[in-house]
Design a binder for this molecule. Sequence first.
Ligand code: B12
Ligand code: SF4
Length: 436
Amino acid sequence: MNKPRILLVNPPIYDFSAHDFWLKPYGLLTVGGYLRNLAELSLFDYLDRRHPLIPPDSRLKIDRFGRGQFLAETISKPSLFSSIPRYYHRYGLPRQVFREFMAGKGPFDHVLVQTVMTYWYPGVREVIEDIRELSPRATIILGGVYATLCPKHARNQGADLVIEGQNLAPLWDHLGMRPDLTALPYWDGYKNLEVGILKLADGCPFKCTYCSVPQIHPRFEARSLDRSIEELKYLVRLGVTQVAFYDDALLYNSHHILFPFLEKVLSENIRVQFHTPNALNARFIDKETAALMVRAGFKTFYLGFESNAYEWQKKTGGKVYSDEFTEAVWNLETAGADLRNITAYLIVGHPQGNLQNVEESMRFAHNLGIRVMLSEFSPIPGTPDGESLRATVDLDEPLAHNKVFFAHSFLGGQELNRLKILYKQLNQMSSLLQQP
Ligand code: B12
Ligand code: SF4
């Protein structure tokens, strides 16, 4: 009997801005891996910057750690965003390329679609529309963050099944399959691969009031060390040189999770460059941790700082305080990390922004010699901070969770621009001071 034909899709992004900050559809590839031996699999990742069909003259900028630009086209804004004086874009491979792919490879029996940011759902809707037209008999299944945080909204987009959270049982029932849960993620679906993703644990023991991780993964749970090492070796065999961690709490319980992993990386002489786009908790970067991370190949360090105001830190969950942050930076520098590759994330546009002292917080991080990056607050349904805004923000419309939209509406364009100009100036100053 022929195996069912299953297509995995990572949709294009519709947003004001998007950058390939080690973005890979890791959840989708994990599920795809479970099905590898049971189905005839194909992958279409609109955000694959190394896709063979990317026009060779597109000249997308890429840096030495594998981050870079996406193909982008300016499109008209949804009416909700009409007051925001910024261009809105569609990022990823052109729609026509997907049509050509489907003409050659389609039709499919089932299509699994990755969802990530809630406010990126227009890209998911585009994919559903195209599949309905080009492979009308395929069933369409959504999973991932948007499907988990906004299941009701996701169910209205025209898919056949929406998988919420980690429970994949409805998927196996729908497909009529018994998956192989030991199989490795479907990274072999890419023709050219430079960047890979790992996750050593799920969840986070903290409960910051602006964050939805406690809803997505209610328990902190380590993954198997042997499996993570196997995943890493497999990535290396496929040509990967840059590995980003998608952990929410990479440094929690590190003596039992990260340390054994890195010791194995060192003892087996696995050479890749590690990155932490999803913010590390600086509280846990003591001397020993910093030294081991640098030795094992960590190159970029993104630290969740958010604010240097004690009241704000305490009120939002107390994940890190300023003295702990300072010590972490010092420990990393002493271990040999390049200050130019250490970045403090600062939340901006937070509803308790009056307590947060954004400008002072930026200067505080800058004075430590590191980079600053502003991350606009996204109001997420189900989180204490998101819910506190329900009377004024339509949380049932995921476009309203857009970080640029919310920060513009909350702070005003002028203030947001002022803060953005300031952080860019501070970063430029650091670059000048740190030039070799
Ligand atoms: C990695 C990550 C990023 C990466 C990018 C990831 C990407 N691919 O796009 C980076 C660091 C760039 C990033 C940035 C931001 N992020 Co982020 N990020 C995440 C994180 C940690 C993982 C998301 C992910 O890829 N999940 C997929 C995998 C890893 O999930 P998994 O659970 O292991 O998968 C299992 C199941 O979920 C399921 N599954 C998963 N996918 C699929 C697909 C199918 C088809 C099926 C059937 C099943 C399935 O099966 C899997 C196996 O069991 C989440 C938090 C989290 N823990 O989910 C936040 C999260 C998505 N981010 C969030 C936020 C707020 C942001 C920022 C706005 C922060 C900021 N203020 O700047 C920015 C936005 C950037 C932008 N351009 O707008 C929010 C969501 C906000 C929202 N409104 O949607 C989250 C939920 C965290 C939070 N604070 O609440 N992020
Ligand atoms: S420490 Fe990070 S992942 Fe954990 S709840 Fe706070 S913001 Fe979310």
